[in-house]
Design a protein around this ligand. Sequence first.
Ligand code: PGA
Length: 235
Amino acid sequence: MLVVIKKDYEEISREAAHIVAGAVRSNSKIVLGLATGSTPLGLYRELIALHSAGDLDFSQATSFNLDEYLGLPASHPQSFHFFMQNNFFSQVNFPPGNVHIPDGTISRDYDAYCARYEQCIKAAGGIDLQILGIGRNGHVGFNEPTSSLASRTRLKALSRETVEDNRHFFANESEMPKCAITMGIGTILDSRRVLLLASGRSKAAAVAKAIEGPITSSVSASALQMHADVTFIID
Ligand code: PGA
C-alpha cells in the first residue's frame, strides 16, 4: 500500500490526475472505475483541463461507476448519472456506449441486474484503475459497515451516517434515498489498481483505520490492505 501525503485538496487532485492521465496514455483502451462525491471533483476538473488542452483522449476508454441511488432516474439532479454527466462526461470524449453506471430506476429482479453489471465488467476485461473516495464511516462505494469483504454488486441499505452526510443535497429529507446499488468490496478488490482519495479532517479517522487498523468489515476500506496495488492520496 502506497500512501502519498499532500498539502491540500488541490495537490491531491493534481496528483490523482497525473496518475489517471498516465494510465490512460499508456493504455488507450483502459477500463476505469469511477466515483462520485465531492472528493473526485478536483480530479475530474484536472482531467477535463488536460482533455481540453488536447493532452488526453478518452475515445477508446470504458468506465464503470461504483454506485447509484436506488429510486433516482438519470435526470434527477442528485443522481450519480446526473453528477457524472455534469461534472465529467459532458466535457470529455468518452464514447457514451462505453459508460456504465448502475440504473437507479430498476424496481425488480435486482439480483439479476447486479449480476449483469458484474458480467459487463468482466466482459470489458475487468477494471484497470478504480478511483475511490471514502465515507466518514470507512465505506467505499456504498459498502456500508458490515458489508462482506467478498461482496459483489448488490443492493445496499444506506447507514444512518451516510444518510446524514448526504441529506442536505435533497430539498426534502424524505426524498433522500435509503438504498443504493453498489459494486461490492470483492468487485473493487478485483480491480488491477486502486486509487483512494481523501481530504480533510472529517475523513482522518476513517483513513487511519483503513490504512493502519485491523482488516474488518466494520471499516470497508480496510479491505484494501489485501490489495496488491493500492495508492492512498491524502492530506
Ligand atoms: P465525499 O464522499 O467525496 O462526498 O466526501 C465520499 C464517499 O462517501 O465515498
